[in-house]
Design a protein around this ligand. Structure first.
Ligand code: NDP
Length: 286
């Protein structure tokens, strides 16, 4: 049976480190604060918000909620972002996306001060990920994949990683971050031909497509490490990943490993968000 790469040990380690760093910041008179911008009340956003607030409280990070009605409009959103940028007491900002129809998401992402862009939504952050230079923060989920590999002591250098999905939130940034760590990276998408054979050839697989249980044993081979980033609802309303876990588990073998959904990468993402807020506070001159 493959090793199950649970998020908990990684979350615990990040918490331990975070507590020390927050204590050091407080000694300097700095109270790290995360702003959360939420438009409307989508259940997914509310659920992530609750987790983020709980995680922040456990670390002594303050949270400021900027909650807008769904029909608040672009001007109200830009005003909120302007307030966040101007407030020296706010170090990082999480803005739930996608924004509701009618909002200019790109303008909102670009308006956020790159120093406070702790979820890597602006061009400056992506430039950092793509060039390997600069100070921006990587998108948290992409960074969580690397935390997972590093936390479990899984070597990246020289390995062939197949990333399935090419979004700017996960697929592309995680591919670039793995390349930066000297992996050989193949990025797949909806037009990739012979996907099962391509995925089978990998040492490490990152699944980030949002297709519930779509990847079964025909995609995997013994000894592979599978990071399942997908968070999907199956037809029974249960949370599941992109991998068909039971089917995949059967082929990966004792040398293989797989992240579960839930209790895999999802929770690590929130911990990475907190890590970025702490780093943003450490960098600030206030
Ligand atoms: P997007 O919808 O933006 O991107 C999906 C990607 O999957 C696209 O690149 C698409 O290809 C590719 N894809 C779709 N169908 C196929 C297919 N049949 N074969 C191969 N590739 C395919 O999704 P996101 O990147 O935003 O999210 C992906 C998943 O990650 C979702 O389940 C989401 O819920 C989850 N997620 C998890 C987070 C976490 O913290 N763990 C955080 C954020 C998201 P193409 O470009 O050709 O259309």
């Amino acid at each position: 049976m493959p090793r199950i790469l649970a998020g908990k040990p990684i979350i615990d380690a990040l918490k331990e480190d975070g507590l020390k760093r927050v204590a050091a910041l407080k000694d300097r008179g700095i109270d790290p604060v995360l702003a959360i911008v939420r438009i409307g009340a989508r259940p997914d956003d509310l659920s992530y918000e609750r987790t983020a607030i709980k995680r922040a409280e456990a670390l002594g990070i303050g949270v400021r909620l900027f909650q807008l009605y769904e029909d608040a409009g672009q001007d109200a959103l830009m005003k909120a972002i302007g307030e966040i940028n101007a407030d020296q007491g706010i170090h990082g900002c999480l803005m739930f996306r996608p924004l509701p129809a009618g909002y200019d998401e790109e303008a909102a992402c670009e308006a956020l001060d790159p120093r406070k862009d702790v979820d890597g939504i602006g061009r400056a952050a992506l430039a950092r990920v793509f060039t390997g230079r600069g100070e921006g923060f990587a998108p948290c989920t992409a960074a969580a994949c690397l935390e997972m590999l590093d936390g479990y002591g899984i070597a990246i250098e020289g390995k062939h990683v197949v990333v399935v999905g090419r979004s700017l939130v996960i697929g592309r940034p995680v591919a670039m971050m793995l390349l930066e760590r000297n992996a050989t990276v193949t990025v797949c998408h909806s037009r990739t031909e012979n996907l099962p054979a391509v995925v089978k050839a990998a040492d490490i697989v990152v699944l980030a497509t949002g297709r519930a249980r779509a990847y079964d044993k025909t995609y995997f081979s013994p000894g592979q490490i599978v990071l399942d980033v997908g968070i999907n609802m199956d037809e029974d309303g249960d949370l599941c990943g992109d991998a068909d876990f039971d089917s995949a588990e059967g082929v990966l073998g004792d040398e293989g490993a797989i992240t579960p959904v839930p209790r895999g990468i999802g929770g690590v993402t929130t911990s990475v968000l907190m890590k970025h807020v702490i780093e943003a506070a450490q960098r600030c001159e206030c």
